[in-house]
Unconditional design. Structure first.
Lengths: 199, 216
């Protein structure tokens, strides 16, 4: 056993055991002594040598920055594309109610386009109707119309919207209510489209 | 700036007088103030006052770095193995247990492994490490190889060590008798011998280690 060990040790030693400092490896020698090409991949990713480690860190930083900026740029493009597609979106014409069905100052909840979120139709005057998304732009609570005050009120956090335009008057919401465009034809109120309003 | 190629570190245990000057000088270093990275070991305290200063040998395949799970121990291009990098070290103690020479020291308060870095702030600008600059008998010497050959006619440097089946080449050299055929030092050689002055066998590789109970 010991003889075998000695044999192994003798093999491991070269003729002269002393290595001058110039001969000392610039790069750390892996324990098995094989060149870096034959080493597992992780040795390149986690080098023991300081300069190589700095290089990996630098490369990682650059990689991180490039990928992050790429992600941001892609996100912007995606938002742009989404906006363009939404603009081109065509809405069907949907009969909501007969004019006589809603009393002056009264309101009606409907879905437009069909199977989507609830919208609110309010009759503000003789033949004057307005329609908005019923969900408050703050936290999606349903808004309540107050026609005599000319406002839409969200009871959750006291948000107020202007009944004529859908703009925010007070409270936490930042964006106006999306408006549903209407058309009255032959005594029937039709929804013709949705408008995202600028803040 | 790397440590100049021609300057080398030599340890000559035969010259050590056990004065502790290196240990004290090491605590004065600004990079680890108050804590010495050198230990002064007694070879056989019961029979001899002989001491050996133990500093990092700076292996070309550092076992401490090989076992580091946090990628914290790095070797600079001049072959100096540095203290663990503070942002990475997780104070797991692997390096302390793995080092064949017992060099790394765990600073539990700082959660950081600290080791002898050959006074990198000094040697990288061509100065001697603190320990070598104060050693009165030059058991720790820092200089050129030619200088060593001229000043120590009876000694030669050896920087190959054997730790079990592991062969270790180091940047720091150990001085051995020049006439000796020896060209490598077995770090574990003493483990196979019963320690002088002790009844207990220290050979942890011995299969009979736990069978000695029969005598008692």
């Amino acid at each position: 056993m010991i003889a075998k060990d000695d044999q192994k040790r003798d093999d491991a030693h070269t003729s002269s055991a002393y290595r001058a400092p110039g001969d000392i490896e610039r790069h750390t020698v892996p324990p098995d002594g094989r060149p870096l090409d034959e080493q597992p991949r992780w040795r390149q990713d986690f080098p023991i040598d300081w300069p190589q480690d700095e290089y990996v860190s630098r490369r990682d930083l650059v990689k991180f920055m490039v990928l992050t900026s790429l992600a941001f740029a892609t996100g912007q493009l995606w938002i742009l594309a989404k906006t363009l597609i939404r603009r081109q979106e065509t809405f069907p014409m949907l009969p909501v109610a007969r004019v006589d069905d809603v009393a002056v100052g009264g309101h009606l909840v409907f879905q437009y386009p069909a199977e989507s979120g609830p919208r609110l139709l309010v009759r503000t005057g003789g033949a004057e109707f307005v329609a908005y998304d019923q969900q408050c732009t703050h936290l999606l609570c349903p808004v309540v119309p107050h026609v005599d005050e000319g406002m839409l009120h969200c009871p959750c956090h006291n948000g107020y919207f202007d009944l004529e335009s859908g703009r925010v008057i007070a409270g936490p919401p930042r964006r106006p209510l999306p408006r549903v465009t209407l058309e009255i034809r032959d005594g029937v109120v039709y929804a013709t489209g949705m408008e995202d309003q600028a803040t | 700036m790397p440590v100049p190629d021609q300057l080398e570190f030599f340890i000559d245990p035969g010259r050590c007088i056990g004065c502790q000057a290196c240990v004290q000088a090491c605590t004065e270093c600004d990079t680890h103030k108050g804590q010495s990275m050198i230990q002064l070991d007694y070879v056989d305290r019961a029979h001899s006052t002989q001491t050996v200063p133990v500093v990092c040998m700076h292996c070309d395949s550092p076992t401490c770095a090989e076992v580091c799970p946090a990628d914290a121990i790095k070797r600079t291009e001049d072959g100096v193995v540095q203290t663990a990098r503070k942002p990475r070290c997780i104070a797991c103690n692997n390096c302390v247990l793995a080092c064949p020479f017992g060099i790394p020291k765990m600073n539990t308060d700082m959660h950081l492994m600290m080791k002898c870095d050959m006074c990198y702030d000094r040697t990288s600008v061509g100065l001697k490490p603190w320990c070598a600059s104060v050693c009165p008998s030059q058991a720790l010497a820092f200089g050129t190889r030619e200088e060593m050959e001229r000043l120590r006619p009876n000694a030669k440097p050896v920087n190959t060590f054997q730790f079990g089946a592991q062969t270790i080449h180091t940047k720091v050299s150990m001085m051995v008798p020049r006439d000796d055929a020896v060209d490598w030092v077995d770090v574990t050689a003493a483990m196979h011998e019963p320690t002088m002055g002790h009844e207990m066998l220290d050979d942890v590789f011995s299969e009979n280690l736990f069978d000695d109970g029969d005598a008692a």
